[in-house]
Design a protein around this ligand. Structure first.
Ligand SMILES: [Zn+2]
Length: 348
């Protein structure tokens, strides 16, 4: 009886105090069962588990949209952005006209204010969570995958997944998105323009399978999916939300099935991922400073890192560095490099 009452109180925090983030921070641990509430306009809200909320209009449009954030728990700006959208739906100021699944990914890391707890959750998808010793992050990644699988179950609908992040380091291009490898499918110009309308004007084309969340939705469900980097990490409450205004407005238009902002493509810049550098030795060192900004360009032949006896060098054209991290586990990615490319016949 007492536990039923407690669950009801938790539910009330969401539906009456209207704050998914506050509820999730107060109750980050797995819930025993889903809870639902219907809004006045017939929209069904289902709190599937902690930080996982499905929003289903009575007569949805043609799209199934997943918005995820906090796969890295300390990347607070996307969490606040997504929370503002959800709370606007709950209080009726934003009308949701598409099926929407919102996920706050790594809830325990959010509470701790850390990127992860035991590991990097964005290397645990496409079944990677099933390898090695189980832990809370692997169980959570499996749950996130399972709810996406359920959410995308109806064939023939448009599928989108925007996995929102902020980066640890400065970037010469503040906002950018990684477009997962999609063999046999052209890169979508419409999606690149959609992201430009979010203020994301740099796109990195990935050419290899990986264990990121966006690759999972792209590869297994044919979704238009992206890892979206929106700026730099700051603690809760210290984000300048004006820097995310165009992204929030574009996502609100998508959710509300309103006309989207498609800026001219000339402002977007597309890069090919060139090298994916995995760490092979404990003795791994970059030749550049720890805080070197993303998109710093290095000349052909430049020595980027020493990996034990191995040398990692720039190839025959200049390459720019993305996500350097010498402290990853052996076998994990320590660096990407990218080179500028053109919108060509690979796009449609
Ligand atoms: Zn991240």
């Amino acid at each position: 009886m007492a536990s039923t009452r407690k669950k009801q109180l938790e539910c009330d925090v969401l539906f009456e105090h209207q704050d998914l983030l506050a509820l999730t921070l107060a109750h980050p641990h797995p819930r025993k069962q889903p809870q639902s509430r219907t809004l006045a306009d017939g929209t069904l809200l289902t709190l599937i588990d902690t930080g996982i909320l499905a929003i289903e209009p009575a007569e949805p449009g043609d799209s199934d949209i997943v918005l995820s954030c906090a796969v890295h728990g300390n990347e607070t700006a996307p969490i606040e952005l997504v929370n503002e959208l959800v709370n606007a739906i709950i209080d009726g100021s934003l009308i949701c006209r598409q099926r929407l699944l919102v996920q706050l990914g790594n809830t325990q890391a959010m509470v701790n204010g850390t990127r992860g707890v035991a590991e990097n959750m964005n290397r645990l998808f496409s079944g990677a969570h099933a390898e090695g010793e189980p832990n809370d992050e692997k169980r959570r990644a499996a749950l996130l995958e399972q709810t996406v699988r359920e959410f995308f179950k109806e064939p023939g609908r448009k599928r989108f997944h925007y996995d929102l992040h902020t980066a640890i380091r400065d970037s010469q291009r503040e906002k950018f998105a990684v477009y997962p490898y999609r063999p046999g499918r052209p890169w979508s110009i419409e999606q690149i323009r959609f992201l430009a309308g979010c203020g994301v004007q740099t796109i990195l084309l990935s050419h290899n399978p990986t264990t990121t969340y966006s690759y999972f939705s792209s590869n297994e469900f044919g979704a238009d999916a992206f890892t979206v980097e929106l700026g730099k990490v700051f603690p809760f409450g210290q984000n300048d939300m004006s820097r995310f205004a165009s992204c929030k407005a574009q996502l609100a238009r998508l959710i509300a099935a309103e006309a989207l902002d498609y800026p001219p493509l000339s402002k977007s810049v597309v890069f090919d991922v060139c090298q994916v550098v995995n760490k092979h030795h404990e003795d791994f060192q970059f030749t550049f400073a720890d805080d070197q900004a993303n998109f710093t360009e290095f000349a052909p032949g430049h020595l980027l890192a020493n990996d034990g006896e191995l040398e990692v060098r720039v190839g025959e054209v200049a390459e720019s560095i993305i996500f350097p991290n010498a402290n990853v586990a052996i076998g994990q990615r320590a660096l990407l490099t990218v080179v500028p490319t053109e919108i060509d016949e690979r796009f449609e």
